[in-house]
Ligand binder design. Structure first.
Ligand code: SF4
Length: 469
């Protein structure tokens, strides 16, 4: 049977879809690209957006236009939280929860003749109580296999008042500690140049043998793999001094951080039930910045949380304005069922939609300025990266713009660069010298001068990555 997949949401969902494809292949099915005729379509959903059901409907319609007889299965966070709602969408044959996600082929075989259109939709969705098995997964950013997202942790034990993810994914669980070096070596052998350590609450990693996330960072650093490693996102209260110290000295870990803040107002942080204070967050950012002045520091922030007055928003704006961060990911608060924040909203705390939009715009403008400042600083900086020779950066080329002929990719400290390299034969790491912000991309990229491909033993400063011939 031919199966196609469609994924919505976060990188973890993409990693899990890759694993799901593997499960289908092992069960004897063939995976075909979404949009090609197939016997079954599996949609892996997200619940963060309010538009989840709308997107789900659109994808089902698209799938059924190409393959009118296809079996349509829906899984993911939205499926776990709203199975009946999904089952009522025309065209859906079955809904699978978080516990059932990786068992889809065996669950469906034997039910109503297997992967055929069911007369009535089936819901295979169990409660998420008790311990849940951790399922390993990784995915590739592009077909070129430059960057892999490695799932180390799943679920969340926190109770942030706006978030439904703990309900959709269950308790925190993690990959066995002893598996991590093996897994990194496996990705290295498969030819990846960068691994992004991923999880729902990655910093809350805790192995059954007691190791925590700091131990993971220490173990990977000791391994010295021939690839670079990035930490996807980490809660501020879980980013330890030791992790910062290791990264500051490392030739393996990238000096780039993504640290959710959510609000700079002490009162809103308290209402959000976050586990740190604004002062602590500011001190953390300053500590990173003084240890690694060129490190990228990205921040998640939510605007329009219930009871966020103009004054509370202003606190957030000023807080971020003064911090040496590199960019913001701005989210407009949206009410999620069964959360304390939605209750606050229902009881008079709701922020009008136009204010949410206006605040979001203000922070996006601030983010663009922060990024521009960060890029300008990079152009001036003579700070040598641990990863490259003096004044140079290492980029893993990801794609070539057909119009401009320029290659683009990310430096180790998360600067998006474009450079000309007419004889680039493989998408292996290259050295570049940063020049200036590219006006043609409104400050989204920097132009760089191509220096050469990274050699295995070019100097003791570099060459942590081998060239793939
Ligand atoms: S840390 Fe908070 S925001 Fe993040 S998944 Fe857990 S409950 Fe949600």
């Amino acid at each position: 049977m031919n199966v196609s997949f469609y994924t919505l949401g976060c990188k973890l969902n993409y990693a899990e879809t890759s694993q799901l494809q593997h499960v289908f292949e092992q069960a004897g099915h063939a995976v075909v690209p979404f949009g090609q005729p197939s016997d079954a379509v599996i949609i892996n959903t997200c619940t963060v957006t309010e538009n989840a059901d709308k997107e789900c409907r659109q994808i089902i319609r698209r799938a059924l236009r190409t393959s009118p007889e296809a079996f349509v299965g829906v899984t993911g966070c939205y499926a776990q939280l709203q199975p009946e709602e999904i089952a009522s969408i025309e065209g859906v044959d079955a809904v699978f929860g978080a516990k059932e996600k990786f068992k889809i082929p065996s669950l469906v075989e034997g039910v109503a003749g297997g992967f055929r259109k069911f007369a009535t939709p089936h819901c295979f969705v169990d409660e998420l109580d008790g311990d849940i098995e951790f399922v390993e997964a990784h995915s590739s950013q592009t077909d070129s296999r430059t960057r892999a997202f490695l799932k180390l942790q799943d679920g969340c034990n926190y109770k942030c008042s706006f978030c439904t993810i703990p309900l959709a994914r269950g308790k925190s669980r993690a990959m066995e500690f002893s598996r991590i070096p093996e897994k990194i070596r496996e990705l290295e052998r498969a030819g990846y140049y960068e691994v992004v350590l991923s999880g729902i609450n990655l910093g809350d990693y805790r192995a059954s043998t007691g190791e925590e996330f700091t131990d993971v960072v220490r173990a990977i650093e000791a391994l010295q793999p021939n690839l670079r490693v990035r930490i996807s996102s980490i809660e501020p209260n879980l980013l330890t001094n030791e992790i910062i110290d290791i990264i500051a000295q490392s030739r393996v870990f990238c000096p780039s951080f993504h640290i959710p803040l959510q609000s700079g107002s002490p009162e809103i942080l308290r209402q959000m039930r976050r586990r740190y204070k604004a002062d602590y967050y500011a001190e953390l950012v300053h500590r990173i910045h003084s240890a690694m002045p060129d490190a990228a520091i990205g921040v998640d922030v939510i605007v329009g949380f219930p009871t966020e007055s103009d004054a509370y928003f202003e606190e957030t704006f000023q807080f971020l304005h003064e911090l040496p961060v590199s960019y913001l990911h701005v989210f407009s608060y949206s009410e999620r069922e069964n959360t304390p924040a939605a209750e606050l909203s229902a009881h008079g705390g709701s922020v009008p939609a136009h204010k949410r939009a206006e605040r979001s715009k203000q922070l996006r403008t601030l983010s663009a300025k922060k990024k521009l400042h960060f890029y300008h600083e990079q152009a001036k900086s003579l700070n040598a990266s641990n990863h490259a020779a003096f004044g140079e950066r290492i980029v893993i080329p990801e794609q070539r713009n057909a119009e401009t002929g320029l290659w683009s990719g990310w430096t180790e400290n998360y600067v998006r660069v474009e450079f000309a390299a007419p004889h680039l034969l493989v998408q292996a790491p290259v050295r570049v010298r940063l020049q200036e912000v590219n006006p043609a991309t409104s400050g989204e990229t920097m132009l760089a001068e191509y220096v050469g491909q990274v050699q295995r033993e070019a100097s003791h400063h570099a060459a942590y990555i081998p060239i793939m011939a």
